[in-house]
Design a protein around this ligand. Structure first.
Ligand SMILES: Nc1ncnc2c1ncn2[C@@H]1O[C@H](COP(=O)(O)OP(=O)(O)OP(=O)(O)O)[C@@H](O)[C@H]1O
Length: 218
């Protein structure tokens, strides 16, 4: 289970953007979190993924309380997550070819020897043609780059996926393709999902359960 207990978070201690929010996602469950722009969804998603230290509250991951954030999180907790953000260009190193982008987590965790085989496998899974793997981010479309970011997020076979407006800048067919990849992975692996967004139709179709920001904060 992934549990957020009474989380208060933000960028200034005196005016947090998230106040006293609690939520639980059961193993294998897909939870959609809906809310208007600027309400604090991404901040909460980053707290859930151990990327943003909350001002107060606890994150409990598979029974263990998170004690570190970002690079200070223990590796076993950090690698339990695959995270995909809204804007692939902000989360992809522009100097890396897509193959190296996908292989980043493998190399960073001492699995570099598997990188070539795993990268090819992951690229196939997300529908990225082998001809694109030598290109750098500026040489591919947003949709192609987001596919590479999804492949990178799946590289270490995470138990939890955090999709923060993953499809907000994509067309309908790429959206459907990426959601399909996530769902196929979840079926095989039993991974849980927190999908953040403002598209009620998409999240209702995609997730087992959706919750609105207002319900969390009331
Ligand atoms: N790095 C930052 N420094 C200061 N304030 C920030 C930072 N990131 C976000 N904020 C502010 O925190 C609030 C919540 O932002 P957040 O990105 O969590 O909202 P959101 O619900 O995900 O919005 P959107 O749907 O537009 O992505 C906003 O008022 C935003 O301006």
């Amino acid at each position: 289970m992934l549990e957020l207990r009474d989380i208060t978070a933000g960028y200034e201690r005196r005016s947090p953007v998230v106040r006293g929010v609690s939520l639980r996602i059961a193993d294998g469950e897909a939870l959609g979190l809906l809310g208007p722009s600027g309400c604090g969804k991404s901040t909460l998603a980053r707290v859930a993924a151990l990327l943003h230290r909350p001002l107060a509250g606890q994150v409990i991951l598979d029974g263990d309380r998170a004690r570190g954030w970002r690079h200070r999180a223990p590796r076993a907790q950090r690698t339990a997550y695959g995270v995909i953000f809204q804007q692939p260009r902000l989360s992809a190193d522009p100097r890396l070819a897509l193959a190296d982008l996908i292989a980043e987590p493998l190399r960073a965790t001492g699995h570099g020897s598997e990188a070539t085989t795993r990268t090819a496998e992951l690229a196939r899974r997300v529908g990225l043609g082998a001809d694109l793997l030598d290109r750098r981010p500026h040489e591919v479309s947003d949709g192609q780059l987001q596919r590479a970011c999804l492949a990178r997020a799946l590289a270490l076979s995470p138990r939890w996926l955090i999709c923060d407006e993953m499809t907000a800048m994509l067309d309908a067919s790429t959206t459907a393709a990426l959601v399909h990849v996530v769902e196929e992975y979840r079926r095989e692996s039993g991974a849980g999902l927190l999908a953040v967004g403002h598209d009620r139709t998409l999240l209702t179709r995609w997730c087992d359960r959706t919750v609105g920001w207002a319900e969390l904060t009331s």
